[in-house]
Design a protein around this ligand. Structure first.
Ligand code: AMP
Ligand code: MG
Length: 341
């Protein structure tokens, strides 16, 4: 049975699975009062878990303080503290969990362990107006096609190796592109792709409902090194290939489940070419296409706070001494009793 609370209850959520440390505060009726994100930008190369964790530890106190100030609420109004319990990088998860445990103990409120992938879907349902969608979740660390069925978000398809965001980032780095002001590497690839038009053939790897990106990444880098094609054309071809793969699997999940909505989320959701491909298949199946706005599609604390509220209302809290992080916690391991569909 859901527990009932007055409207003036709030949940504070902490996100720290990878390179971002973020704190969100939501009211129990779904109003976002704060969503403060502190991103760790590595000086070079990819994300180093221990360096990212050090960043999280440094900014944790200030980020919590900023969020409370922005929300303009007294800390004692906070009814629960939620944190991303997994999946993610061990040192990063543990740093967020430590902050969450300290805060829950200090405020004497329950702690809620939230699955990061569930949170991406729940915030999409809250802010993008999708009720019961087929979701394509694409980010630097995850690539999952899922839909709700019999109490859980089932995984219809996923990557067998690297995530699509990682594929775009590694390609960009290998060919000498750099992140620009307010522009992550994936967006830099998107900009270049807009100036390409000649399709160069790349391995298209869909196995059943699963996807593989590492072979085609190697092939794309090799083509660049052969110096026979313009970089713009390679970016264009890389995008067309990986997004077609994602769209094919999403379309099949849509046809199979007969859902009437498609939800796109995760950092890569910002890509307009991907948005347009999904919009088209949604149209063909008489489904509505919904995309999560960037602020809530990237890793953020608001989604953790919101999912924390849903779980808390179903008594899914965790005692501090059992609140270990779960590095490989799967989306389809989580019961979702609050989902009506
Ligand atoms: P996240 O893991 O959710 O924080 O998202 C970060 C990922 O999203 C990185 O791999 C980025 O390169 C990617 N990304 C951000 N903007 C875009 C874009 N416009 N097109 C493609 N990928 C993007
Ligand atoms: Mg991130």
């Amino acid at each position: 049975m859901p527990v009932h609370h007055s409207a003036a209850s709030y949940c504070l959520g902490i996100e720290s699975t990878a390179d971002d440390f973020s704190v969100g505060i939501l009211s129990f009726d779904g109003e976002v009062l704060a969503n403060v994100i502190s991103a760790h930008v590595p000086e070079k190369g990819g994300i180093h878990p221990r360096e990212a964790a050090r960043h999280h530890a440094e900014v944790a106190g200030k980020t919590v303080e900023d969020a409370l100030q922005k929300a303009k609420i007294e800390p004692r109004r906070i009814q629960a503290v939620a944190f991303s319990q997994g999946p993610g990088m061990g040192p990063c998860l543990r740093t967020g969990a430590t902050a969450a445990r300290a805060l829950a103990a200090y405020l004497q409120v329950p702690l809620v362990g939230v699955n990061h992938c569930v949170a991406h879907i729940e915030i999409g349902r809250l802010v993008a107006g999708a009720g019961d969608p087929v979701t394509l979740y694409v980010s630097g660390g995850n690539t999952i096609v899922s839909a709700f069925e019999a109490g859980r978000y089932r995984v219809f398809g996923e990557t067998l190796d690297i995530a699509v965001g990682n594929c775009l980032d590694v390609f960009a780095r290998e060919v000498g592109l750099h992140p620009e002001e307010r522009m992550p590497l994936g967006a830099v690839v998107e900009k270049m792709a807009g100036e390409g038009q000649n399709y160069v053939s790349l391995p298209y790897t869909v196995k059943g409902m699963d996807l593989s990106f590492s072979g085609l990444l190697t092939a794309a880098i090799q083509l660049f090194q052969e110096e026979e094609h313009r970089l713009e054309d390679l970016c264009f071809s890389l995008q067309e290939t990986v997004f077609s793969m994602l769209t094919e699997v999403t379309e099949r999940a849509l046809a199979h489940t007969e859902k009437t909505e498609v939800l796109l989320t995760g950092g890569v959701a910002a890509n307009e070419r991907l948005q347009s491909m999904l919009n088209q298949i949604a149209d063909e199946h008489n489904a509505r296409f919904c995309v999560v706005p960037k602020e809530y599609a990237l890793d953020n604390g608001a989604m953790i706070a919101w999912t924390g509220i849903l779980a808390y209302q179903h008594d899914m809290t965790v005692p501090i001494e059992k609140s270990f992080v779960k590095l490989k916690w799967r989306l389809d391991d989580v019961c979702v009793p609050w989902h009506g569909g």
